[in-house]
Design a protein around this ligand. Structure first.
Ligand SMILES: [Zn+2]
Length: 364
């Protein structure tokens, strides 16, 4: 069955305030005709909840709700992992780049929740932590995607982001421009990486747990990990100058970085397809994380199982249709903290005024 068709019985009332939303065992609903649309299947069954009178349809439970081109979602998923920029996907799909951006955002939200539903609550292996460097808006706006990857199974447990100040070698003119940019928009918070790592490890490692975390010698990591005093964390470091071979203790995250840069057009060096907003980079990273964990083999050469199968999280390799079979509802996951900020697009790209204002409105 194509991913954009949902033909099962409605599983629960989609109204989050209805009693049948959380406890659908005695739920009663009735059919209420059809509506017609241009995309196949053209007749969509409508329903009404007998408890709260909410109208809904079979499309309410599909990730393709409200889409005119439901078949696009699947191909955009693959194209985003095939190193395509938005305009390149647009040429193939015959639509506008803003439509592709919205599809990517929707896929990102679906993947964020899909992963949160399946992710093991307690990591059973040493974790490897690293910051993957990329840029948003332009080269004066670098940021880190902080990744936490399992060292044995290569399962990506989670990620978040931290804005950074542009550093490295700069010409005098570039340095002056950085000053102008910082005068206008302010510097990124100097503690951003420490706070992000604190949030990420705190989310993945539950209180009371014991875990080994490996990382490079970034100065913010020990401070962030010490602050998580209700977890027992054994922190070991390896120099980032050490050979990046399979015997390197950080191999799992080095490989993840490699794959992320290999598959994403927005992370290539010297590209014009860089992310215009950090928010969208996070949505693309969520798609990549689900593909890496549940669809892609650990080793391309061996064609073996994906990380989640090797860990026993799922019995078999998933397909994109499996990922897109059922819509994930954010209010059924009780999102908090960074995940909530990311899901609801509240990560600010400061030079874009309305984007910064939207994030400020919901700042906690
Ligand atoms: Zn209801």
């Amino acid at each position: 069955m194509p991913s954009h068709e949902y033909r099962r019985k409605p599983p629960f009332c989609p109204n989050q305030y209805c009693i049948s939303h959380a406890q659908p065992t005695t739920w009663r609903y009735k059919k209420k005709g059809f509506f017609e649309r241009l995309a196949a299947p053209q007749r969509i069954q409508r329903y009404v909840c007998r408890c709260c009178s909410r109208n809904f349809s079979s499309q309410t439970f599909s990730p393709t709700y409200w889409l005119r081109r439901p078949e696009l979602l699947r191909s955009v998923f693959f194209r985003s992992l095939a190193c395509s920029g938005l305009r390149q996907i647009t040429h193939e799909a015959g639509t506008s780049h803003s439509t592709i951006a919205r599809h990517l955002a929707r896929l990102g939200r679906q993947c964020l929740l899909f992963h949160e539903r399946l992710r093991p609550e307690l990591p059973q292996e040493p974790l490897v932590l690293d910051g993957f460097r990329s840029v948003e808006f332009g080269h004066y706006w670098p940021f880190d995607l902080n990744l936490l990857v399992g060292s044995n199974f290569h399962f990506v447990y989670g990620f978040n982001e931290a804005p950074l100040r542009r550093s490295g070698t700069m010409r005098p003119g570039q340095r002056r421009h950085r000053t102008r940019v910082e005068d206008k928009h302010g510097r990124p918070p100097p503690q951003a990486t420490r706070q992000a790592v604190y949030e990420l490890v705190g989310r993945i490692v539950p209180p009371g747990a014991q875990v080994e975390i490996r990382s490079d010698e970034h100065r913010a990591y020990p401070v962030a990990l010490r602050a998580l005093s209700d977890r027992t964390i054994l922190h070991t470091t390896t120099s980032s100058k050490a050979l990046r071979t399979a015997s390197n203790p950080l191999f799992a995250v080095n490989l993840a970085d490699l794959l992320l840069r290999h598959t994403g057009a927005n992370h290539k060096r010297e590209t014009i397809a860089f992310s215009k907003r950090r928010q969208n980079a996070c949505y693309r990273a969520a798609i990549w994380m689900v593909w890496r964990n549940y669809i892609k083999s650990v080793s391309e050469r061996k064609r073996d199982d994906p990380p989640a199968v090797r860990m026993g999280v799922i019995p078999r390799r998933l397909t994109v249709d499996d990922i897109l079979r059922e819509r994930e509802f954010p209010w059924r996951r009780k999102l908090t903290g960074w995940l909530e900020q990311c899901y609801f697009a509240r990560i600010a790209t400061r030079p874009i005024a309305h984007c910064a204002e939207h994030a400020l409105k919901y700042a906690v």
